[in-house]
Design a protein around this ligand. Structure first.
Ligand code: MG
Length: 400
């Protein structure tokens, strides 16, 4: 028997998001430094501190999902249940998510929320919970400001519905768990597929569904313009811009490749170091730590510690960026510079840039990778080593 005080939020994120353009599904696309789905989940975890969360995701997106949630605060992660794999239609994904909740520990109330609505507020979630307790089925809605026309196939207007009777509805849609699970099962069994939201499923199953007050701010991010609007809004909340610098140098020794920015480059020598000696990632890591005023790479990952022997240096940068995200910040830009005679970086520059952007979880437009020789002067000119410089710019919320 489920407890009516207990509630869960099912986040629907299994779609392919084709309206936002080609590439990764929109819920995994970077938005102000972290994937859209990470914003939605972290907002929900903070705004509903007693709720359990489950995401319904596409099976192909499991790795992207795991990366997206890796930086959520550890205390919050306890309330994030393993994801459910969705189906072909949104309706299937919701039903499969509900079935997974039913098998694990069914809640009294479930809120079903779009993964692409990151601006949901604590007040809206409280109203949703309250409305579900009172009515069993309720959705947030807004009065229309524009007059709505019904048109035929030739675009001729055939009706003007009275605006006062209309609402545009959003998510989270809020239900008694048993009611909406039964309605979804019934619709699936009946082969009823044309229903575009969960309210419609409940209506179809014969339940009274009520509208409570939604929020204009609770926008759904659908196309590239929405991404730009949402990013501008999130950036306003990160006004404290800081920079940090990093420098690193590693000697060249025997070997047949070097690691630069997470890319393995064939060479007649290798860089010598305790980890994989990725001089570029070390410089960038120090730049990020510098911007945070939080020690340096050696203080966080002492070379004396055997666990870093041969380690992929991406873990250092990932950890430094984890500290940044834990403070609610984002990486705004990295400008990195390699200094050495050989190997020639030009043919690998795009791959290095893409690799750094991927490790950092930001778009490539936020990463610059440059290279120069030292004109055969000094130790670098004699090919005794390779050096790297980096400047990281970060944005933080106002505060300390
Ligand atoms: Mg180093």
């Amino acid at each position: 028997m489920s407890k009516t005080t207990d509630f869960a939020i099912l986040v629907v994120a299994a779609g392919r998001g084709s309206r936002a353009g080609p590439g990764v599904p929109k819920q995994y696309r970077p938005l102000a430094g972290k994937p859209l789905i990470a914003w939605t989940l972290s907002t929900l975890l903070k705004a509903a501190p007693t709720a359990r969360l489950k995401a319904a995701i596409h099976r192909d997106d499991l790795t992207a999902y795991e990366r997206a949630v890796a930086d959520l605060e550890t205390a919050d992660l306890e309330r994030l249940l393993p994801p459910a794999f969705g189906g072909e239609l949104r309706q299937d994904s919701v039903r499969l998510g509900l079935e997974a909740l039913a098998q694990e520990d069914p809640p009294g109330i479930v809120l079903i929320h779009d993964g692409a609505r990151p601006f949901v507020s604590a007040e809206l979630l409280a109203r949703a919970h309250d409305a579900a307790s009172r009515h069993g089925a309720a959705v947030p809605g807004l009065p229309l400001t524009d007059t709505v026309k019904q048109v035929d196939a030739t675009t001729r207007i055939i009706a003007t519905p009275r605006r006062e009777t209309l609402r545009s509805v959003q998510t989270p849609q809020a239900f008694a768990f048993d009611l909406i699970l039964a309605a979804h099962r019934k619709a699936a069994q009946a082969g009823q597929t044309g229903l575009t939201d969960d309210a419609a499923i409940a209506e179809w199953a014969g339940h009274a569904v009520y509208v409570f007050e939604g929020e204009r701010e609770n926008m759904k991010i659908t196309d590239t313009q929405d991404f730009a609007r949402a990013e501008a809004r999130l950036l306003r909340e990160l006004p404290d811009v800081r920079t940090g610098q990093g420098f690193d140098i590693h000697a060249l020794g025997p070997g047949d490749h070097v690691w630069i920015g997470g890319v393995k480059i064939p060479h007649d020598h290798s860089l010598v170091g305790h980890s994989d000696a990725d001089v570029l990632l070390h410089a960038i890591t120090d730049a990020v730590l510098g911007a945070l005023g939080d020690g340096d790479i050696g203080s966080h990952f002492p070379p004396s510690d055997p666990q870093w022997r041969g380690a992929a240096s991406s873990i250092f940068l990932t950890a430094a960026l984890g500290k940044l995200r834990a403070r609610g910040g984002m990486l705004a830009h990295v400008d990195a510079m390699l200094i050495g005679e050989r190997p020639k970086i030009g043919p690998y520059r795009d791959a290095i840039r893409a690799s750094v952007a991927k490790i950092a979880g930001v778009s490539e437009t936020r990463v610059a990778v440059k290279a120069t020789t030292s004109e055969r002067l000094g130790s670098l000119g004699r090919e005794e080593g390779i050096a790297a410089l980096a400047i990281a710019t970060v944005r933080l919320p106002t505060g300390d």
